[in-house]
Design a binder for this molecule. Structure first.
Ligand code: HEM
Length: 544
């Protein structure tokens, strides 16, 4: 039986069990705080079950938006139903409180495990409970980024050219999601496993499918009551296991060879600067850990990091392209981004490095603006109260252990009180203040090169400059939550932002894209916001 058919059967099975189990249950019992208002509750026959099923549909976003306008804007905390466990939604002003809580009080990892049942779906409880891959992304990937920029750029260039073609005469219709998914998978794996494996279609296909399996099996398995999950999970994760097995056929020999190469280099004292990728950092990190230092375990970790990277970056890149090319101001945006990239490259002698990327302020703004307006999560900052004594908020509200909470990322990003004309895509929203600050800074330095940073005027300028720096894509805040915020904010965002900017720069410099009259709509399913998967654009290689 094909895995698509298996998924349909499993969905049916899960819904059947769920109807039997949740048929009589109430939703309000999920949150043991009577004083809070609710949105999205249904009334009448099987109200609890219908409410839970409704939380899987397309109306969730409207429900959250209604709650945000009615309650969050007045600083009132409210509850929203979810299929497995309903959620307490805090207003944006309380994001700081979430960030300030210790992990022993509010747990992000627990929320992640609950949200995708990663103990089962990642096929090894250690993946999420001992997340070594996170440490490596946080520590090594970000630190090594400068030396990897040329590789990332090269892989994006080869990938886009491969999937979008070189025809400079006629227009080619390309499916955005599918092609960008492949380009992103290649570029990410250039950093995870290097050449030539990062261009092996069968490996990438299985890594991508595994990422999809984790999301799908996690969603379906959540329909099954928690006490039954340990018994039936193995059926739901069959596709995950199959795709891990298929990808491992490539990963295991590759990892074995890398272990040999590193052992050899260690014995002979030879430096191997060419071995600068995730796999090497990972092997070094687990050097003294015999349980982790096995090819299969390392392969699982590489698949887990693929899971974290591929869909998130594909969704983001797809949104960036649709937002940009469907904007009424696309001609101006593309012209100005082209000028910016050309200028930065001419100053670096055509070389891509950290400094060149730092000059792409407008490109960066287009990426951040898309992450703002087309965020793919309706809620964010998901946490679970894990302290047995619960957590007490500054307003005195007590959240018992087990309470699931978060905030309305989508609604905050679309609030006119937070962002002017919040519903409008404004590619240079974040670069304008940065440019003003930079121009003012330059003018001051040119006016008096000997000036020191003393005096109130200069302090104000410095403050503006610092404030404007906070508008870069990687900077999170309580009003920009695409990567979360605080110590659990996405550690891959430095890599992702670099990759997104290089991708936009490459496409804008090397392709003409026909402007779209309508932005193909995103769809909203069970709290996730999915970019258009089938929509196409017309591209033609620029004649340069
Ligand atoms: C544009 C692309 C991406 C987006 C929008 C994104 C978004 C997010 C978000 C919202 C979180 C949860 C933060 C929180 O709970 O506060 C997260 C966590 C995480 N992301 Fe990303 N991500 C992206 C790319 C990546 C990449 C490329 C990697 C790896 C190379 C990665 C690795 C991780 C990891 C390991 C975590 C867990 C961090 C923790 O719990 O401490 N992400 N990401």
């Amino acid at each position: 039986m094909a895995f698509d058919q298996l998924s349909v059967v499993l969905a049916g099975l899960a819904i059947f069990i769920a109807v039997g189990y949740y048929g009589q249950s109430t939703v309000k019992s999920d949150v043991r705080i009577d004083s809070l208002p609710w949105v999205g509750l249904k009334t009448g026959v099987f109200a609890g079950l219908r409410t839970r099923i409704g939380s899987l549909g397309t109306g969730v976003l409207a429900t959250l938006e209604a709650g945000y306008r009615k309650y969050s804007s007045s600083e009132i905390i409210f509850c929203v139903p979810r299929f497995d466990k309903s959620m307490v939604i805090l207003p944006g002003s309380q994001v700081k409180w979430i960030v300030d809580q210790a992990d022993s009080v509010l747990s992000a990892p627990q929320a992640q495990r609950d949200s995708l049942l990663t103990d089962y779906t990642l096929l090894d409880t250690a993946m999420a409970r001992n997340p070594i891959q996170e440490i490596i992304v946080r520590r090594h990937l970000t630190r090594s980024l400068g030396s990897l920029i040329e590789d990332i750029e090269d892989e994006l260039a080869v990938g886009v050219t491969h999937y979008w073609g070189k025809d400079t005469e006629s227009w080619t219709e390309v499916p955005v999601f599918d092609t960008i998914n492949k380009v992103v998978a290649r570029a990410s794996n250039r950093i995870f496993v290097g050449l030539p494996l990062c261009r092996n279609d069968d490996y990438l296909d299985n890594a991508g499918r595994f990422a999809g399996d984790v999301a799908l099996s996690g969603t379906l398995l959540k329909l099954v009551p928690a006490m039954l999950q340990p018994f039936v999970a193995w059926i739901f994760v069959l596709p995950n296991r199959y795709h891990l097995y298929k990808a491992s056929k490539y990963l295991i020999p590759f990892i074995k060879q890398r272990l040999l190469d590193l052992d050899q280099a260690h014995k002979t004292g030879t430096a191997r600067p060419d071995l600068n990728d995730y796999t090497t950092w990972h092997i070094k990190e687990v050097e003294l850990d015999p349980v982790e230092r096995t090819p299969q375990k390392i392969a699982n970790r590489i698949m887990t990091v693929n899971f974290a990277a591929i869909h998130t970056s594909t969704f983001t890149a797809t949104n960036i392209l649709f937002d940009l090319y469907a904007s009424p101001l696309v001609d101006t945006y593309v012209k100005e981004i082209r000028e910016e990239v050309a200028q930065a490259l001419s100053e670096s002698g055509g070389r891509w490095d950290k400094n060149t990327i730092a000059k792409l302020i407008k490109t960066d703004s287009a990426v951040r603006e898309s992450l703002r307006i087309s965020t793919f999560m309706s809620t964010g900052m998901d946490r679970v109260v894990v302290d047995p004594h619960g957590a007490t908020m500054t307003n005195g509200l007590h959240l018992p252990q087990g309470t699931r909470l978060g905030t309305c990322t989508y609604s905050i990003h679309h609030d006119d009180g937070v962002y002017e004309n919040a519903m409008t895509y404004d590619a240079f929203r974040f670069s304008r203040p940065r440019e003003i600050a930079i121009t003012a800074g330059k003018a001051r330095m040119e006016g008096n090169g000997t000036e020191t940073m003393q005096g109130s005027v200069k302090k104000e300028e410095l403050a503006k400059l610092l404030e404007s720096k906070n508008l870069a894509t990687v900077t999170t805040s309580d009003t920009f939550l695409a990567f979360g915020h605080g110590r659990h904010a996405c550690p891959g965002r430095f890599f992702a932002a670099t990759e997104m900017k290089l991708l936009v720069a490459y496409i804008v410099m090397n392709y003409d894209v026909k402007a779209l009259t309508i932005r193909p709509p995103n769809s909203f399913i069970a709290g996730s916001i999915i970019p258009p998967m089938k929509a196409t654009i017309s591209v033609r290689r620029r004649n340069m």
